[in-house]
Design a protein around this ligand. Structure first.
Ligand code: AKB
Length: 318
């Protein structure tokens, strides 16, 4: 079974590539990104994710059966280039849904986000089916993508699967252009011994997840039998929630000198419209989702991995 990952150099794409290659073998997982590959990857194609023809060519030539579409412009960056972000985020999903409709691939994964929720969504334990009134370009594009996914499933039987990712916290690859990026940045500043100026308010609570759980969920939803995937728009997914103040406090337990100053900017306004916590009962029931990492374990994992691999000069006691 051959798989294609579009947007393989990003925060989630990098780890997903590693995981799927462990599972299926190096040559079975073809990767693409608009940027050059950071590793020596003989199965990598540099291309723009909106280039439908190029993607179709790879699918045909490589005999691809499953596609993971990880390319998107995230929430904060999308606000700076609204039309471009809309075009990119929508075109890539549409192209792949169309490719799937024409029978060229068997299964499609694309990520949605907690950004589909908005100011009138219940904030605590946000239900799977509830008010979705996003007021960001990114959120609107993800919500539209969800509606189209369900449409393609219902009308054409396209096997499309999706997760509403919360903020993802990872150590290997930095996120880029998201509202939740601060949670990753904080670790790097703390380890470099620098003060961090946080653009989100100290008490703004957001749902987050450690990268290993996000990757496991992505693989699990794709492995699940088609009949158990009852939601074809996108599944709520939760692990833990945190505020910048709580995260800074958790890091300070290991790096006592770490200092955070708060200067909320336009990204705080985005965060304020997103849930505090998520009800992911449907994912747990339908395809046995269960996170392994809570807040404390995530902090430990981040510091252990970053200090070992990226800041070897730092000695921390765990
Ligand atoms: C972002 O902050 O834009 C993303 C997301 C929650 O989808 N991390």
């Amino acid at each position: 079974m051959k798989t294609l990952i579009i947007g393989a150099n990003g925060q989630i794409g990098t780890e997903l590539t590693r995981k799927l290659r462990e599972k299926y073998g190096l040559a079975q997982v073809i990767t693409t990104d608009i940027r050059e590959s950071r590793i020596d990857d003989p199965y990598f194609y540099q291309l723009d994710a909106t280039d439908k023809e190029a993607i179709e060519k790879i699918i045909a030539e490589e005999g691809i059966e499953e596609v993971y579409l990880m390319a998107a412009i995230l929430s904060a960056k999308a606000e700076q280039f609204p039309l471009r972000a809309w075009q990119i985020n929508m075109n890539v999903v549409f192209n792949l849904l169309e490719i799937a409709r024409s029978g060229k691939i068997r299964k499609l994964f694309w990520p949605s986000s907690i950004a589909v929720f908005g100011p009138h969504t219940p904030k605590k334990n946000t239900p799977q089916f509830t008010v979705t009134d996003p007021d960001t370009v990114y959120g609107i594009s993800k919500l539209a993508g969800e509606r189209w996914s369900e449409y393609y499933y219902e009308k054409y039987g396209v096997d499309v699967r999706s997760i509403r990712y919360p903020g993802i916290i990872s150590w290997k690859t930095l996120p880029g252009g998201g509202t939740t990026d601060y949670a990753v940045e904080m670790f790097h500043y703390a380890l470099r011994g620098e003060k961090y100026v946080c653009y989100i308010a100290p008490d703004e609570r957001l749902p987050m997840m450690y990268i290993d759980d996000a990757i496991q969920a992505t693989v699990d939803i794709m492995d699940a039998p088609a009949e158990s995937i009852r939601i074809r728009s996108s599944y709520n997914l939760a692990a833990f929630s945190l505020t910048p103040q709580e995260l800074a406090g958790g890091i300070k337990r290991y790096i006592p000198g770490f200092h955070v100053e708060f200067k909320p900017d336009y990204r705080q306004k985005i965060a304020a419209t997103w849930p505090d916590s998520i009800d992911d009962t449907a994912a747990r029931k339908d395809w046995n989702w269960k996170p392994l990492f809570n807040l404390d374990e995530m902090i430990r994992q981040m510091l252990v991995n970053l200090s070992e691999h990226q800041y070897p000069e730092i000695e921390l006691t765990f």
